[in-house]
Design a protein around this ligand. Structure first.
Ligand code: TYD
Ligand code: MG
Length: 466
């Protein structure tokens, strides 16, 4: 009987070992090794044109950097402006883009919407998850008959197939301008024995698609699932192989979705696009600040507004805090859209530096709109919201905040302060609190919004609560 070759793979980083290991030597995770059947590709098996005549014996020679000729990367602009921005100005030919996100967040919707709106381009949408009829139904839901963009008119082909060799066969016949794969975890390559979604399968299928993208110059989009701890399922190695990693995130129960560039070889990372999930698909949100601020006439206690940056864009975000006496011995601390560890740090600073007794209180924090904020400039706004709720003293809704708080209660400077101030001014705020250290080089006379510079957290509370 022929011996089956197996190997052990770390499901977290893709590290390969000959025997089972408790701890991965590469990513130091425990209990991540799984045995997989691997069949090394027999030599001579044609892959994506890897053995064609023009590739055989091709050797790259070193070139003098000055002598290298290049043409300005031509970018394909999609009708979706948010998507173009996240990609750094449109789709680059031959690029491999991974779109990650939790199940049900809208990855398939986003890509199908892209596929049917790219009029004049041949798009191949390969689905291993849904049937043709399901996809057609979704497309019809996206664009009701009365709208201009009709899926029936677009040059979008649907293929339900999971074997990469068959997909390449179809690609060769159809010659699409763009290929979308939904999802990489459902694909399998005949060169590898292990099941679809396993580390070695995902890696091999991605490698084949990468070769195809680079050799044919066709952009390929891969949809990838995210595991419960927020990693793109399958190996981390996937992120190294692709050119761009986009993450689609948001709270499933809220309407807003954020498309974030985590890695981008063709543009700035940290760029992001905002969408609203409606009954008929995703709509671009071009002015996020206005939507994220809830409409109200009277100031409420525990609510403040922070001028944060999301990617390259300033965004005013409402933060809400609720501080109440804990009915149980152990107080509850919970934060939605914000790191709980950072919240605990803020609470410790408020207790130690400002003498607020919060140790026996329940504290709840919430970022309005169901979005996640990592920008530390939200610290000051959150601290003020906590104290505002604790003291039951509302803050004027014409005031906003943009500063980080350090462990000793100092107010620290944040990046791109001018953009934040301009955005606050544009939206009609009358006052903004920033760090004293941000004042350097800032032309205060340029703005008609009142700029309060502070260096200690106590100073802020004296100014606000007297
Ligand atoms: P889907 O694109 O299937 O998510 P993913 O591919 O990331 O798993 O989107 C799933 C959710 O989006 C589903 O719960 C229904 C909702 N949805 C809308 O609200 N409006 C729409 O027009 C569509 C197509 C989906
Ligand atoms: Mg899907």
């Amino acid at each position: 009987m022929a011996k089956i070759k197996t190997s052990y793979f770390c499901q977290s980083c893709g590290f390969e070992a000959a025997k089972w290991l408790g701890k991965c030597p590469s990513c130091l995770q425990w209990n991540t090794f799984v045995e997989e059947v691997v069949e090394k590709k027999p030599s001579g098996t044609p892959d994506w044109k890897s053995d064609t005549a023009e590739n055989k014996g091709r050797v790259n020679k070193p070139n003098l950097i000055d002598a290298i000729q290049y043409s300005e990367q031509e970018r394909l602009l999609t009708p979706d402006k948010e998507f173009n921005r996240v990609l750094g100005g449109g789709i680059v030919g031959g690029s491999l883009v991974l779109i990650g996100g939790e199940p049900g967040i809208g990855k398939s919707t986003l890509m199908l919407q892209l596929a049917v709106t790219l009029v004049g381009l041949k798009v191949l949408y390969v689905s291993g998850e849904e049937s043709e009829a399901q996809i057609k139904l979704r497309a019809e839901r996206l664009y009701p008959a009365k709208e201009k963009i009709n899926p029936a008119k677009s040059d979008c082909y649907i293929l339900t197939e999971t074997a990469t060799q068959n997909i390449f066969k179809q690609i060769e016949q159809l010659k699409p301008n763009i290929v979308i794969i939904d999802s990489i975890q459902t694909l399998h390559s005949a060169h590898i024995e292990s099941t679809p979604g396993s580390v070695s399968q995902v890696r091999e299928c991605t490698a084949e698609l990468l070769r195809f993208a680079k050799e044919s110059g066709t952009p390929v989009f891969l949809i990838g699932h995210i595991t419960k701890d927020g990693m793109i399922a399958g190996p981390k190695i996937l992120e190294h192989m692709v050119d761009t990693v986009l993450q689609f995130e948001g709270d499933r129960h809220h309407v807003y979705r954020i498309l974030r560039a985590i890695k981008n070889r063709f543009g700035p990372a940290a760029e992001l696009g905002i969408y609203e999930m409606q009954g008929n698909g995703l709509r671009e949100v071009s002015n996020p600040s206005e939507i994220l601020l809830s409409q109200r006439d009277e100031p409420l206690s525990g609510v403040t507004i922070s001028a944060t940056m999301e990617g390259m864009r300033p965004m005013l975000i409402e933060t809400q805090a609720l501080v109440s006496t804990s009915p149980y011995g152990t107080p509850q601390r919970s934060a939605t859209g914000f790191d709980t560890k950072r919240m605990n740090m803020l609470l410790a600073v408020l207790e130690k530096r400002c003498g607020f007794k919060l140790g026996t209180k329940d504290v709840f924090l919430n970022i309005a709109g169901g979005i996640k904020v990592e920008d530390p400039s939200i610290d000051l706004g959150l601290a003020v919201a906590i104290i505002s709720s604790h003291e039951d003293m509302p803050i004027s809704y014409k005031t906003c905040f943009a500063a980080e708080i350090g462990l000793s209660g100092e107010i620290r400077a944040v990046t791109r302060i001018e953009q934040r101030i301009s955005e606050a001014q544009k939206l009609g705020f009358e006052q903004i609190f920033i760090s004293h250290y941000n004042k350097k080089g800032l032309d205060l006379s340029k703005y008609h919004i009142q700029i309060k510079t502070v260096s200690k957290i106590e100073q802020v509370f004296n100014l606000l609560f007297g």
